[in-house]
Design a protein around this ligand. Structure first.
Ligand code: HPA
Length: 255
C-alpha cells in the first residue's frame, strides 16, 4: 500500500475501513485501511480516535515509521491552524509551502546516533511540490477553494500563543500557526516519503482579531473536512504520482 491520509483535529476517519495494528520500535500504531476505487488507502488519526493525545505527546516517530512499514510513499495530511495573515480568514483552506519550527521538547529525528547513525535531512522543499501541484489541480475538479500557499509556524502547545509571540511569528513571515506539523513533515522526509499538509483555518491567532475562544473550531473543521478528504482521494488516485517527480526520496545526507 503506497498512499495515506493523516487526519488532524476534527478528521478522525475516511469511511468504511478495517483496522490494522502496526508494531514499531517506537510503539504501536492503529491505522485504518480503506478500499477506495479498488485501491487500499491508509488513514491515520494523528491525535488518536476521539482526539485522545495532545500535540506535544503524539508519538510522531511511531506514526511515521508505521506508515513507512506499510509501504507508504505518498501522504496528504490535514491540520487545524490559526491565521496571523489577514488574507487568510477562518474557514479558509491553505496549502503549506514551508515551516518555521518553535517546538521545544519533541523527538525530532530517527537519527540519534548509535544504531541508526547520524543524518541530516534537507529542507529546501519540506512539503512535496508534486503532491502540492496535484492537490491544486484536483481541487479545481472537486470545487474546493484554496486560498493560497502558507508558511506554517509550529509551536509546542498545548497552550495557545501570546499576542507578542504571534506578532513575532508574523514578522518572521509566518502565515498560520499550529502545534503538530513539526516533526511530522520532517520525519516523513527522513523516511523518504512524499508529504503535503493542508491547513484548515479555524481561528484568528491571539491578538489578530477577537478572541481565540470565540471561534467554532469544531464546526469549521466539520464544514471543510469532507471536501478536503475528497480532494485528497482524487489526488491520491492521480496517475501523476511518482517519486521521480520530486526529490523527497533523496533528501537525507548520511554521515
Ligand atoms: N495556534 C496554535 N495552534 C492552533 C491554532 C492556533 O491559533 N488554531 C488551531 N491550532
Amino acid at each position: 500500500m503506497e498512499k495515506a491520509i493523516i487526519g488532524g483535529t476534527g478528521v478522525y476517519e475516511i469511511g468504511k475501513s478495517s483496522q490494522q495494528e502496526i508494531k514499531t520500535e517506537y510503539g504501536r500504531v492503529i491505522v485504518d485501511i480503506a478500499k477506495i476505487n479498488g485501491e487500499e488507502i491508509a488513514f491515520l488519526a494523528r491525535h488518536g480516535k476521539g482526539h485522545s493525545v495532545p500535540p506535544h505527546l503524539i508519538n510522531y516517530r511511531a506514526n511515521m515509521r508505521a506508515l513507512r512499514d506499510l509501504g507508504i510513499k505518498y501522504i496528504y495530511a490535514t491540520c487545524a491552524v490559526g491565521s496571523c495573515n489577514e488574507s487568510f480568514v477562518p474557514s479558509d483552506v491553505v496549502v503549506l509551502k514551508d515551516f518555521i519550527d518553535f517546538t521545544k521538547v519533541r523527538p525530532l529525528t530517527f537519527y540519534e546516533g548509535s544504531k541508526n547513525g547520524v543524518a541530516h535531512v534537507t529542507m529546501d522543499a519540506p512539503y512535496c511540490p508534486n503532491l502540492r501541484e496535484t492537490f491544486f489541480k484536483c481541487a479545481q475538479k472537486t470545487g474546493l477553494q484554496i486560498k493560497g500557499h502558507a508558511v506554517y509556524v509550529s509551536t509546542e502547545g498545548p497552550r495557545f500563543e501570546t499576542a507578542h509571540e504571534i506578532k513575532m511569528y508574523k514578522m518572521l513571515g509566518g502565515d498560520v500557526v499550529g502545534m503538530t506539523n513539526v516533526p511530522e513533515v520532517v520525519l516523513a522526509k527522513e523516511l523518504g516519503m512524499c508529504y503535503q499538509a493542508v491547513g484548515i483555518i479555524t481561528n484568528w491567532c491571539t491578538g489578530i482579531k477577537g478572541d481565540v475562544i470565540d471561534h467554532d473550531i469544531k464546526g469549521i473543521m466539520e464544514k471543510n473536512k469532507a471536501l478536503v478528504t475528497e480532494t485528497f482521494i482524487l489526488a491520491l488516485n492521480s496517475e501523476k504520482l511518482s517519486q521521480y517527480a520530486c526529490k523527497c526520496k533523496a533528501s537525507l545526507l548520511k554521515l
